[in-house]
Write a protein of this length. Structure first.
Ligand SMILES: [Zn+2]
Length: 353
């Protein structure tokens, strides 16, 4: 899955009726919900109705299919009164994922019913194979019978969260039950929320931090999307997509994280961003003494980055004007810096994470 321009690529989009149509939002959290409804289609219909006052960015149906209803840079109305760990009003900065699921079940005379069937005179019970028995994480929530999520839904939500984390700097994935305990109990114990967090946050947030240097490099590269990749072996980093092209720097160490920003027409090479370090002549750089994440910028049109400041040095990379970097060490005429540069690497040795 891939997010581009605040939309999930290739997913149907059905506009919700209620969302903030004027302000732009920068999402940094994901909130997981269940719909407490009978089907994904019914929820899509409900949110798109002219009378609807609630909404979510995504609805995940029983078969794992995903419908988007609000652009990801717009505030949807899914969280309501909410707070967690000192932050409140989660609608303002979170992406809401509604999973179609009837929610908690009521046990009557040994049979289990959805909340709407329980109200009817002639009730249809839930198949025993769909009943999940489990205590809720919030002590205040005493229900113990829940409707099972399908494997397709769990897989779809996991992949969707990973795609969202690649597109935005997501800090937390929470259940509605965690930001509104007592008032809300979704997604409930039938949903593997802790496993989802461990899976998604561990792979989506490698040691690499999306700092200013990377952001600038991504912007300069005109990449329309980027994916985090992990280098499987010690890998050559080249100027162009060819095994005979000049090396860009020393090989990239195995297990390093890089950003994939494109690929060549054969699909055999990835255009990547990689962090490198080396020595540069002092006269080409301008120090930045402000409080930013980098402390220098290349002011000349281009400059060479070397592995050493000694005469026997060899070229590590050529830097372009505007490249930002961190200064690691200073000598009289040369500075050792760390910068993010663009180059090419063989795709088969890189796994997307
Ligand atoms: Zn909810």
């Amino acid at each position: 899955m891939e997010i581009k321009n605040n939309r999930l690529v290739d997913a149907p989009f059905v506009a919700a009726n209620a969302y903030n149509k004027t302000a732009v939002m920068k999402p940094d959290a994901i909130i997981i919900h269940y719909t407490a409804g009978a089907s994904g289609n019914a929820t899509v219909k409900l949110f798109s109705a002219k009378t609807a006052t609630t909404s979510a960015h995504f609805v995940v149906s029983e078969d794992g299919s995903i419908t988007q209803m609000v652009d990801l840079n717009r505030k949807a109305y899914h969280a309501g009164t909410s707070s967690y760990n000192g932050r409140s009003s989660y609608n303002s900065f979170s992406i809401g994922i509604e999973i179609s699921n009837p929610g908690y079940l009521q046990k009557i005379d040994g049979k289990y019913y959805t909340w709407w069937e329980a109200k009817k005179e002639k009730k249809t019970p839930v198949a025993a194979s769909n009943v999940f028995v489990g205590k809720h994480r919030n002590a205040v929530t005493t229900m113990t019978y829940w409707y099972k999520y399908t494997d397709a839904q769990i897989k779809a939500v996991t992949e969707l969260c990973k795609a969202i984390c690649r597109a935005y700097e997501i800090k937390e994935i929470l259940g509605h039950e965690e930001i509104a305990p007592g008032r809300k109990c979704d997604p409930g114990p039938a949903f593997p929320l802790d496993a989802l967090r461990a899976d998604v946050m561990a792979t989506a947030a490698p040691n690499l931090s999306i700092n200013d240097m990377f952001k600038k490099a991504i912007k300069d590269s005109a990449a329309t999307s980027m994916v985090i990749g992990r280098v499987k072996v010690k890998l050559n980093f080249r100027q162009s997509p060819s095994t005979t092209a000049a090396l860009k720097s020393s090989p990239i160490a195995a297990d390093s994280y890089i950003y994939i920003i494109g690929q060549d027409s054969t699909g055999e090479w990835y255009n990547i961003l990689h962090e490198i370090s080396g020595w540069i002549d002092k006269e080409y750089i301008e120090q930045d003494n402000t409080d930013s994440d980098y402390d220098g910028e290349l002011t000349s049109d281009s400059a060479m980055l070397y592995n050493d400041q000694k005469k026997s040095r060899r070229l590590v990379s050529d830097l372009k004007a505007g490249t930002k970097f961190n200064i690691l060490e200073q000598q009289e005429n040369m500075f050792r810096i760390k910068a993010v540069v663009e180059g090419w690497a063989c795709a088969k040795y890189i796994s997307k994470v």
